[in-house]
Design a protein around this ligand. Sequence first.
Ligand code: GUN
Length: 278
Amino acid sequence: MIINGQKIAQNLRKNIGEQVAHLERKPGLAVILVGDDPASAVYVRNKDNACKEVGFYSEKINKSADISQAELLAEVERLNNDDKIDGILVQLPLPRHLDTNQVIEAINPAKDVDGFHSENIGKLMQNKPHLRPCTPKGVMTMLATTGVDLIGKNCVVVGASNIVGRPMAMELLNAHATVTICNSKTTDLSNKIKNADVVVVAVGNPQFIKGSWIKTGAIVIDVGINRLESGQLVGDVDFDSAEKVAGWITPVPGGVGPMTIATLLENTLTAYMARTKK
Ligand code: GUN
């Protein structure tokens, strides 16, 4: 069966929109884009449109690629102190002359809707999460729609990035699954995947995971988005062979992608609620 991220994300946005309609003040999200990377520009535009759809206040801040570290930190500080803003997102990757980690750590953790600040990652690791990274959290929402109980399941996460692989593994562990984290140095990857009830792949390698590696009936979550020379968008999983053996599988596009943005809105609402309660 196909896990329809488009539809799950649409339901999530509808639900958020209904909650926002009852609030005195609109939740506010600020997105900072540095430079003019076309893929990042598309993401930022989609985030801005999603905010409008659910009735959020939204600020899209474009900075030139040669902005200094000090100027970028000053912009983050301005947003930290702006009461209209509940969530701050700095679109990654940043140009190489900038110190990404220092920028992330400068964001007020209470407004860190990406969940990348060490305080939020630390809370996730301690199973006391507040703001959780969007893509892994969105994957958990998708897994919940299958109705499959994750307790005691063998889950394999392929990829160990700070944005997806590592927080994804923690999410699955917090759900009481048994988790294996694979990385680019992992040996005999197909053998690790063979025993997995759930496989989550985020490596950025087109059609890398083959259907013959996958256990019959497994849940396959494909976080990858890659463009082939033909122009076709494909995931990190070889969809045509994998869908024949998987019990559940996410398509690309229309799988994890829309969930990440809907979950960002969810996190912004969470940050708003926590900030207004104080
Ligand atoms: N670049 C790719 N994914 C993400 C994300 O989830 N958040 C941010 N800020 N940048 C990204």
